[in-house]
Ligand binder design. Structure first.
Ligand code: P53
Length: 474
């Protein structure tokens, strides 16, 4: 049994370009899918508009204005003792339209500056290539990831990034939460993952599987290119890991929960094993899906397996068998009476994190990396400019405790822990600023009003001590 975390355990935090940078049209940046998503809330989904409409508010245009505050923000991360900081490279800063031959130097320069700033404080950048922010031009001209041509555009982008930053960035991920689109009934999820806008008679499920296939091939190509450029690079996949529990011990519920997890996580099987699991190939046949999967694709998948599995962990799901084994995320989830939820209905389940770490270890035998975890909550800035976020500390403490058991008692191979939205940013699902995750409060409201000043919350000082004691004092 290990005593505690290794000394090289990567404590830190995570963000994504489109949710915090703002500066959506600065220095040659092109428009991304995120620039067309309006403000929503937990009852009112964000709208996806065709053009930028003057009477609507688009929160990602401003983010938390990190583009102009990054030096100050990195300094605050360093004050907390961060060893690693995860962000993404906005594809549209590098290739504004996505299908150009040559990259935009001003965009490349911004990330040089950001990575240099991090390295100045010995903070390792951890980088996602595609995090819900593909160029809108690729959507309008090619239909997003429903088009095979997009593979080449992504691979070119990945190539440029590896070439430019390989000496500064060791840990990479290809596609953020590639499996979120399992819920193909969610217009927003498939748009964010794959830049697909469904038409009324589309077979959404088939389109989703086809787009995901192209993404998996693009990912595997990128892995090979990255390794060829620099064999020391660690290139991983990234999954939204929500374990799915059976509603009861009835064998049908248990079997159905297993099928549900297999359906949500086959993406990981392909990334890690280099081929599709049989149950899914058989499912494609049953549905008579004539998928565009070539022999060459299968070869690429086989040769481009990932070095590690990164994942987000927020919540667990539960399912109850009714009359089908075909998991449909939009209708098959049931509430779990053993678990409380946050204000947005996400189930708070720390034990599920230990379960997940062990589940993935037994299935994939790869190093794991927690690159998102946290609880969205309403915060209040007091008149003396403090935020007493005891609820956030409690959530993170309980999750870190379970993570520690998985590392110490179960000997799971875990690279690090990067909780989500370490500085307040725009929510992906709702576009709100007030669904906050940060250790650092940003004074801005849902409509972009505010000073954008940064204030450490109580959780800032608590997390700083967790890192300083390498997880001995939680
Ligand atoms: P927000 C759904 C389920 C789990 C994670 O989410 C998800 C989503 C999609 O929103 O997204 C990840 O901001 C994602 C981040 C996102 C974060 O979780 O909706 O990788 O971009 O911000 C938290 O509260």
């Amino acid at each position: 049994m290990q005593k505690s975390f290794n000394n090289n355990f990567l404590w830190g935090g995570a963000v994504a370009a489109h949710q915090l940078e703002g500066a959506y049209d600065k220095d040659g940046k092109g428009l991304s899918i995120a620039d067309f998503m309006t403000l929503g809330n937990k009852d009112q989904p964000r709208k996806i508009t065709k053009t930028i409409e003057s009477d609507k508010y688009y929160p990602n245009h401003v983010g938390n204005d990190f583009y102009h505050h990054y030096k100050e923000d990195v300094k605050l991360m360093s004050d907390m003792g961060f060893k690693a900081f995860r962000t993404s490279i906005a594809w549209t800063r590098i290739f504004p339209n996505g299908d150009e031959q040559t990259p935009n130097e001003a965009g490349l320069k911004f990330y040089d500056n950001l990575f240099d700033e991090l390295l100045k404080y010995n903070i390792q950048p951890v980088v996602t290539l595609s995090h819900f922010e593909m160029p809108i031009h690729l959507v309008n001209k090619y239909g997003g990831w429903s088009n095979r041509k997009v593979i080449d555009f992504f691979v070119r982008f990945a190539h440029v990034c590896f070439e430019r930053y390989h000496s500064k960035v060791k840990y990479w991920m290809t596609f953020n939460e590639i499996n979120n689109q399992t819920n193909y009934q969610s217009t927003l999820s498939v748009y964010e993952n794959s830049g697909i806008k469904f038409k009324p008679n589309d077979d959404r499920q088939k389109l989703m599987y086809q787009a995901a296939h192209y993404e998996l091939v693009a990912s595997a190509e990128a892995v090979q290119i990255g390794h060829a450029i620099d064999p020391s690079l660690q290139i991983g996949c990234m999954l939204a890991f929500c374990p799915i529990y059976p509603n009861s011990s009835k064998p049908e519920d248990v079997l159905f929960a297993q099928r549900a997890m297999d359906t949500r996580l086959y993406f990981g099987d392909v990334h890690v094993n280099g081929h599709y699991p049989n149950f899914l190939l058989s499912y494609f046949q049953k549905k008579q899906y004539d998928m565009d999967i070539t022999k060459n694709d299968l070869q690429i998948l086989e040769n481009g397996t990932v070095d590690y599995v990164a994942f987000s962990y927020y919540m667990s799901f539960s399912v109850k068998y009714t009359d089908h084994m075909d998991y449909r995320e939009y209708q098959d989830l049931v509430p779990n009476p053993n678990i409380k939820t946050n204000d947005w209905g996400w189930a708070i389940d720390p034990v599920g994190l230990r379960y997940s770490l062990n589940w993935m270890t037994s299935r994939w035998h790869k190093p794991l990396f927690i690159v998102e975890n946290g609880v969205g909550a309403y915060d209040e800035l007091t008149p003396d400019l403090k935020v007493h976020d005891t609820y956030r500390i409690e959530y993170l403490r309980n999750h870190i405790r379970e993570m520690k058991k998985a590392v110490v008692e179960d000997e799971v191979d875990l690279i690090g822990y990067l909780p989500w939205g370490c500085i307040d940013l725009v929510s992906a699902s709702t576009g709100e600023m007030k669904k906050r995750y940060g250790f650092i409060y940003v004074d801005a409201d849902d409509y972009g009003n505010g000073s954008y000043k940064r204030y450490p919350k109580d959780s800032f000082y608590w997390y700083k001590n967790v890192i300083a004691t390498n997880g001995n004092e939680i």
